[in-house]
Design a protein around this ligand. Sequence first.
Ligand code: DI6
Ligand code: FE
Length: 421
Amino acid sequence: MVRWDSLWVNVSAATMVPPEAAGRVGAEADGYGTIRDAAVAVANGKIAWVGPRADLPAEEARATRHMHDGSGAWITPGLIDCHTHLVFGGDRAQEFEMRLNGATYEEIARAGGGIRSTVAATRAVGEDQLYAAAVPRLRRLIAEGVTTVEIKSGYGLDTANEAKMLRVARRLGRELPVDVATTFLGAHALPPEFEGRQTAYVDLVCDEMLPRIALDKLADATDVFCEKIAFTPGETERVFAASAKAGIPVKLHADQLSDLGGAALAAKHRALSAEHLEYTSEAGARAMGAAGTVAVILPGAFFVLREKQLPPIDAFRRHGVTMAIASDCNPGSSPVLSLLLMLNMGCTLFRLTPAEALAGVTRNAARALGLSDRGTLEVGKRADLALWRIGRPAELSYWLGGNPCIGAIRRGESVPLAEAA
Ligand code: DI6
Ligand code: FE
């Protein structure tokens, strides 16, 4: 008999197992995999048992080290924010103000502002300062039950500064109670010193940055911003080839501002995910469905940029594309510090159902990161849990503002939320 470390009772569980698997674990096929009057047990950092409390094996339950009375709380998988740029220097509140005075995002980017101004601010600070600036942002996410977060580079744009950003991201994962998945986004923007020499910059990304970052094991994935104001599909393929050579999986910022066929390109290269996707075509959605490439939708950037073009959610549904939602936390297009707010915006702006939205920050976000050990409440998965003072799971998408998270567990250990706030 395995001795359980912790057991939660008097809880309702949104296991987030997909409807087709719900019966197997005694859950409802309601999109949340609900188990009412549930019990969840943890041993050695993993989920050891989950099911209706009435079925709890008596001997293990008695021998459990710590019993927790959930007092009617809901328990879900720990949330996963699978797309952020939350390590950066400075902020862009000033550009926010410029936009409100009439300038467009593209105009600001072409005038050397936008991403480039954050590049200057990121290059200008040392590792400790960059770390200190990121900590409070990450704590805000942790306080909402986030137990895994992805963090991209992309504001360094030279080998030393890209590596600096990724080291800061790794350090956040070591020092804060959250798992950090890192993504190398050297092909985010053309740095000013390469003006007019874009091919030479892509050479640097492929021939110097990627091998160095792979050698130092700084990146779990490689991403590219494929867009008219950034990198072409051809350049994207070069970076993908270099990443494949380094043994690093790929992701893509695709079809955010125009349709360059980014979704199909990501699918062709078996990318873990394609992200943004406002301009993705039916054919792009079909290709993603066939390849199993996850669609990461980012309502924060859509909202902040006041986009009109909606991502093709119905096409994603028709073609069986797995959909995730993320904060895209970045200083330009998505200064977002709340993943729960993204659930609301995913529903309100993109017409996701609340169940789709919650799957988008649990099971499907895990897939977008290639992590098969988390994202649902199932025996053998990591004991990453969030506890909520809510009456039903739809509340996680319903409120704007406020935070009903009353507890989080990561690898079976309690996460201090008060400190995290
Ligand atoms: N798409 C975005 O929305 C962000 N990056 C990207 O590739 C914008 C990043 C920024 O403006 O700083
Ligand atoms: Fe992004």
